[in-house]
Ligand binder design. Structure first.
Ligand code: PXP
Length: 388
């Protein structure tokens, strides 16, 4: 699937050529042209102006021009599609006007140019313009779907146990704030803390400091109680994960029964949305809870991997793994973003990480347990190596 990309600009507008090549390959595949050859050329406005004048008699630069290799009616069997020429200067201006990234705008123009190469033409008639526009929308949707699936999985580290150790002595170390920094430097993409009603580990002071210091993403795990909701709304973490919380449990035991408290959870999601805080529902891997999470307006679900991790034998582990795989697929297809976690360790995580539908894993205990022996930095790096 050769995509040739040439940058003939002066280089003052920078784009990632590799990223654009990747996008072009996915687009070709989505259109069933994985074996075709496509050339992309980036120019500045003066060169684009010249081309536009020569080939379209238009005395000004434009954003994109498409030059099909051969006649449109034989293109379906033809491996050489042609050239898409894009002016990066015009693209950058348009991106700014539309308040989108330059890569986003290049992608839109690439889709437009590619469809021209495949025989679509909005200039032929209003009807054809409509058809082309609808194809553009379809292709753009399929592209983001493809990009979301199989994206690189991320690791978020739950640092509650650092606070547990501190609280055991009632003094001020080890400090979870330092732990968060070490995890981030080791490559964690996020920090997770659970501010429990009984404050058994993470304290109010911790979440306030973490909000100021976490550079990646702060995910606040919480029960849906009024006291903690108010704290979250004031704190504005990057996201919250709603979990069931029982005072006597050692750790979060089961998934949240979203279906059973839909009315209440809808209200919580609404309040969080008003503060721009995405909500994740920590749920057992089953359809009813996925549907309810969707209906509640959640952005994410976090699939509970506890039963898989605690499986007593191989057969049980297989069964639980299948449930996780199916639930992750179902949630992904429903348009939810999918995380997973609980009980994952250095032996059972890679399979879950390889599913392709899961965006992020939330891991605490196993990493902290290993950190005692090898140090936190190494423990995080070893887990990262396993999931990538
Ligand atoms: N996800 C959620 C929602 C949790 O409650 C926990 C435990 O605090 C985890 C992930 C991490 O679980 P573990 O500490 O077993 O890795």
């Amino acid at each position: 699937m050769p995509v040739y990309l040439k940058d003939d600009t002066t280089g003052h507008i920078r784009v990632s050529l590799n990223r654009i090549k990747r996008v072009a390959r996915i687009l070709l595949k989505l259109r069933g042209h994985q074996d075709s050859e496509l050339s992309i050329l980036f120019l500045d406005d003066p060169a684009m102006h010249q081309l536009n004048k020569t080939y379209r008699q238009k005395d000004k630069p434009t954003n994109v021009l498409a030059f099909p290799m051969l006649d449109a009616d034989i293109v379906e069997s033809q491996p050489l599609l042609g050239d898409v020429v894009i002016s990066l200067e015009t693209t950058a201006r348009e991106a700014q006007e539309k308040n989108i990234t330059i890569h986003h705008r290049v992608t839109e123009l690439l889709i437009h140019g590619l469809l021209h190469l495949l025989g679509y033409d909005h200039e032929r008639s209003p009807r054809e313009a409509k058809i082309m526009e609808s194809e553009e929308q379809k292709l753009s949707k399929l592209l983001s779907y493809e990009q979301r699936r199989n994206q690189m999985i991320k690791l978020a580290i739950n640092i509650d146990h650092v606070a547990t150790l501190r609280q055991a002595r009632g003094i001020n170390e080890p400090d979870p704030i330092t732990a968060a920094g070490i995890c981030e430097l080791a490559g964690a993409a996020g920090i997770v803390v659970h501010l429990r009603e009984d404050r058994r580990h993470i304290q109010d002071r911790d979440v306030l400091l973490l909000r100021q210091t976490v550079k990646t993403k702060l995910n606040l795990e919480m029960g849906a109680t009024e006291e903690i909701i108010k704290i979250a709304l004031a704190l504005k973490p990057d996201m919250i994960t709603l979990v069931p919380e029982k005072r006597k449990e050692l750790t979060t035991e089961g998934g949240l029964n979203v279906a059973g408290q839909l009315t209440n959870l809808k209200k919580v999601v609404k309040r969080m949305s008003a503060a721009n805080i995405p909500v994740s529902m920590f749920i057992d891997p089953n359809s009813e809870q996925i549907e309810a999470s969707k209906e509640a307006g959640a952005t994410f679900v976090e699939i509970h991997t506890g039963r898989y991790s605690d499986a007593a034998n191989e057969e049980e582990e297989e069964k639980e793994f299948d449930l996780i795989a199916t639930a992750a697929e179902e949630a992904f297809e429903a348009g939810l973003r999918v995380n997973a976690g609980h009980g994952l360790n250095y032996l059972n995580t890679s399979r879950v990480a390889a599913l392709g539908t899961i965006e992020e894993l939330s891991i605490g205990h196993a990493v902290m347990a290993r950190a005692i022996f090898v140090g936190l930095d190494q423990a995080v790096r070893e887990m990262l190596a396993l999931i990538k």
